[in-house]
Design a protein around this ligand. Structure first.
Ligand code: GTP
Ligand code: SAM
Ligand code: SF4
Ligand code: SF4
Length: 339
């Protein structure tokens, strides 16, 4: 029974992005700056995390409402113990067409095969530089590039689809754009450039640190000619370009300079079971207590329907129109809802 649900802007609910932990072994400055996410930071205790059974039940309620794509994220999802078991449980849910995971890649070499066996379709690995020194500073913990590249190759060898996400910050890693493009073109993996965003409350975002996507395209095009390609599906986040004369492509995720809220079909579930309608939302609505109180699937479905019906979020479009005058708001941290 498929009961497609639309929000107040007529956007369907199609994707569910599930954060399975708020913890991470990295301290990327743009996401979990070490000075804020220090040893005393109050991460969620185990009993507050949704269990795998609870996540699976919610997934099946969401799919009964039209969701087809699931993305597992965090924090660092590979830090959640036995995560492959969860993938296997979600794989069994009727209506799930695609299961992806966003990961920093540091633990991927160890887990790639079991993730594939459990039913994961693809991974998106975040990597912001090929230079060890810069990468070590960006990830805040001195992790080396080779560890992530090994994870990427292990995922490809295991048969997982692979994409690479690079957050570009002016003055931090803009010199890495061309080396990254050359490297992943050669390797045959899709690289996506993400405009640095003002997520959460602690990353000290400034507009002049954003490298607009059109600048990135020009830079790459002048060395390796590019041509635009059509979107793969309604509401695709990345604009895609192909290297002329090849099947190899890149993507640009331009949430700052070309907001894509009008086709945003993504709901987000935090590790503690709150549903968020937007990456920049201040509050989520709790689904964990209703689950634990014994509410029926129909009752929870009705709650989700009502949350999505009321949804009018379009933060990136509002920011685009009015950056200097945008009122300050308290936003959920990216590590809580997973990007
Ligand atoms: N502002 C905004 N940014 C988003 C949204 N979804 C994704 N992003 C940004 O885009 C990055 C890449 O997201 P992914 O999940 O890898 O991209 P995707 O396009 O959903 O992936 P595919 O399913 O492979 O097409 C995220 O890490 C965010 O930085 C969104 O709804 N709003
Ligand atoms: C929050 S992380 C969670 C998953 C995993 N730890 C990882 O890094 O891939 C998800 C994605 O959000 C991106 N991200 C985090 N902070 C961001 C920011 N301020 N602007 C743009 N993207 C950001 C990361 O680069 C990563 O690709
Ligand atoms: S972006 Fe991912 S790897 Fe970096 S701190 Fe955030 S959750 Fe961790
Ligand atoms: S800013 Fe919010 S509404 Fe706009 S695309 Fe991102 S998550 Fe969707």
């Amino acid at each position: 029974m498929n009961k497609q649900v639309f929000d107040s802007q007529k956007r369907p609910l199609r994707d569910l992005r599930i954060s399975v932990t708020d913890k991470c072994n990295f301290r990327c400055q743009y996401c979990m700056p070490a000075e804020i996410f220090g040893p005393d930071y109050p991460f969620l205790p185990q009993h507050k995390l949704l269990t795998f059974e609870e996540i699976t039940r919610l997934t099946s309620i969401f799919t009964s409402m039209g969701v087809e794509k699931i993305r597992i994220t965090g924090g660092e999802p590979l830090m959640r113990r036995n995560i492959a078991d969860l993938i296997g449980m979600i794989r069994e849910v009727e209506g799930v067409r695609d299961i992806a995971m966003t990961t920093n890649g540091s633990l991927l070499a160890k887990h790639a095969e079991e993730l594939k066996r459990a039913g994961l379709d693809r991974v998106t690995v975040s990597l912001d530089s090929l230079d060890d020194e810069r990468f070590g500073v960006i990830n805040g913990r001195g992790y080396r590039v080779s560890q992530i590249l090994q994870g990427i190759e292990a995922a490809a060898e295991a048969g997982l689809g692979v994409k690479i996400n690079m957050v570009v910050q002016r003055g931090v890693n803009d010199q890495d754009i061309l080396p990254m493009a050359r490297y992943f073109r050669e390797k045959g993996h899709i690289l996506r450039f993400i405009e640095f965003m003002d997520v959460g409350n602690s990353n000290g975002w400034k507009l002049d640190q954003v490298v607009p996507s059109r600048e990135i395209i020009q830079m790459i095009h002048s060395e390796m000619p590019l041509e635009p390609t059509n979107p793969n599906y309604y509401g695709e986040v990345a604009s895609r370009y192909r290297y002329v004369g090849t099947d190899q492509e890149i993507g640009l995720i331009s949430s700052v300079t070309q907001a894509f809220c009008s086709t945003c079909t993504r709901a987000r579930l935090s590790a503690e079971g709150k549903m968020y309608n937007c990456l920049f939302a201040s509050n989520g609505e709790d689904l964990r207590e209703p689950l634990r109180e014994g509410k029926s699937d129909e009752e929870i479905q009705e709650m989700i329907r009502s949350i999505w019906h009321r949804r009018d979020d379009r933060y990136s479009e509002e920011r685009l129109k009015n950056t200097p005058g945008l009122p300050k708001r308290n936003k959920v941290e990216m590590s809580h809802i997973g990007g």
